[in-house]
Design a binder for this molecule. Structure first.
Ligand SMILES: [Zn+2]
Ligand SMILES: [Zn+2]
Length: 382
């Protein structure tokens, strides 16, 4: 059921046109979608108020509504939505929308306090060796960013006085303008809403206080940093400029170089270990490096195979902000000798002659499966 238009606007049945306009204006300002983004209830209230005003604010429609209620407009389609139809309504609305657009447009920029503009955030990628990341390190990074103007030390003014309150808007950044029955807030054009102006602009930076330049920033990279670890260095990004505000932040993205011995998988250090055929067959104690620069010894048992894995507890890397170390996993790769001498070949041939059953279980098992496969195929063919 449609709501009573007088109730919607909160005015008496005998309210005059001005009272109706004032009531609508107040509601429209309060519930306008631009002021209440995403608020469905506000949007509906705005529509209802507009619909009510469309009728009660119209000299012809209001008497019809008074006599017949909502049914007066049921067939004509009048009063059906937030579309301004009558002449007096149109300009009010246009004004309101343009003002909203202006105010919102300024206010939304970065969601910052009016006039205060933060410096730009920056991203810098830093390449680290696996060892550097293991221990943590300190890096000096060169950043190309807006820095404070050298001529005016970032103040933007020749005299060094910096920004002064804007005389046009008394430092508020906004001007109040009377337009019809609306008092509108307009962004001050002189200071562009900042509330402050620089009277004697520095020639080098045109009053912005900024110039393009390089700065050096020292960054602590924590122990356990990994590929993709992001470190925020507060206020070491772009210089904010003459109007103040915080400098931007600097974001360091860590990239880990490929290591000649180790690969890192989370906090596990992987190591591919090639061993000679004889070492794998006879068994051997092997000394390996660990990521901390020390040595670990690994007993490769006789008869070890390619793909065999050995876990060395606590020899991996630290997790970020943790004293616990992951493990090191060594994966064996048996290497078969190449370029044999005559004597070696002879020895291996003699060795082969002496090979017994169950000494090569993998190949024996494979050969027997191949045999079965061929038997089945032959049976099917005949
Ligand atoms: Zn300057
Ligand atoms: Zn101003």
């Amino acid at each position: 059921m449609a709501k009573d238009y007088y109730d919607v606007l909160g005015v008496a049945r005998d309210a005059d046109t001005d009272a109706i306009k004032r009531a609508y204006r107040a509601l429209a300002m309060k519930h306008h979608p631009d002021r209440n983004p995403g608020d469905k209830k506000a949007e509906q209230s705005f529509k209802d108020a507009t619909e009510a005003y469309e009728v009660l604010g119209d000299e012809k429609k209001r008497p019809a509504y008074d006599r017949y209620g909502h049914s007066a407009f049921q067939n004509s389609g009048g009063g059906g939505g937030a579309h301004p139809t009558s002449a007096g309504f149109g300009d009010i609305f246009e004004d309101m929308f343009s003002e909203f657009a202006d105010i919102m447009g300024t206010g939304r920029r970065g969601g910052q306090q009016r006039g205060v503009r933060h410096g730009s955030d920056l991203r810098v990628d830093v390449d680290l060796s696996l060892e550097e990341a293991f221990y943590g390190t300190e890096k000096t990074i060169e950043v190309t960013a807006p820095i404070a103007c050298e001529s005016c030390s970032g103040k933007g003014s020749r005299s060094g006085r910096g920004a002064q309150a804007c005389g046009e808007c008394d430092g508020t950044g906004t001007l109040r303008v009377q337009r019809g029955f609306f008092t509108l807030e307009q962004t001050c054009r002189r200071c562009q809403g900042r509330g402050r102006v620089i009277a004697d602009a520095c020639r080098r930076c045109q009053g912005s206080g900024q110039m393009r330049g390089r700065s050096r920033v020292s960054v602590k990279i924590p122990r356990g940093a990994d590929n993709g670890t992001r470190i925020r260095v507060s206020e070491k990004g772009g210089f904010a400029g003459a109007m103040g505000g915080k400098n931007g932040d600097l974001y360091i993205f860590v990239r880990i170089d490929i290591h000649p011995i180790f690969q890192r998988e989370n906090n596990t250090i992987m190591c591919r270990l090639p061993v000679s055929m004889t070492a794998a067959a006879l068994g051997r104690s092997i000394t390996l490096p660990s990521i901390d620069g020390g040595k670990v010894s690994l007993k490769v048992p006789a008869g070890s195979q390619t793909g065999d894995r050995f876990r060395l507890r606590g020899k991996g890397t630290y997790a970020l902000q943790s004293a616990m170390r992951g493990d090191m996993i060594v994966a064996l790769e048996v290497e078969v000798p190449r370029n044999l001498s005559e004597r070696q070949r002879k020895n291996l041939e003699d060795f082969e002659k002496e090979e017994k059953k169950a000494q090569n279980p993998e190949s024996e098992s494979f050969l027997s499966r191949v045999g079965e496969f061929w038997t089945r195929s032959k049976r099917r063919a005949s």
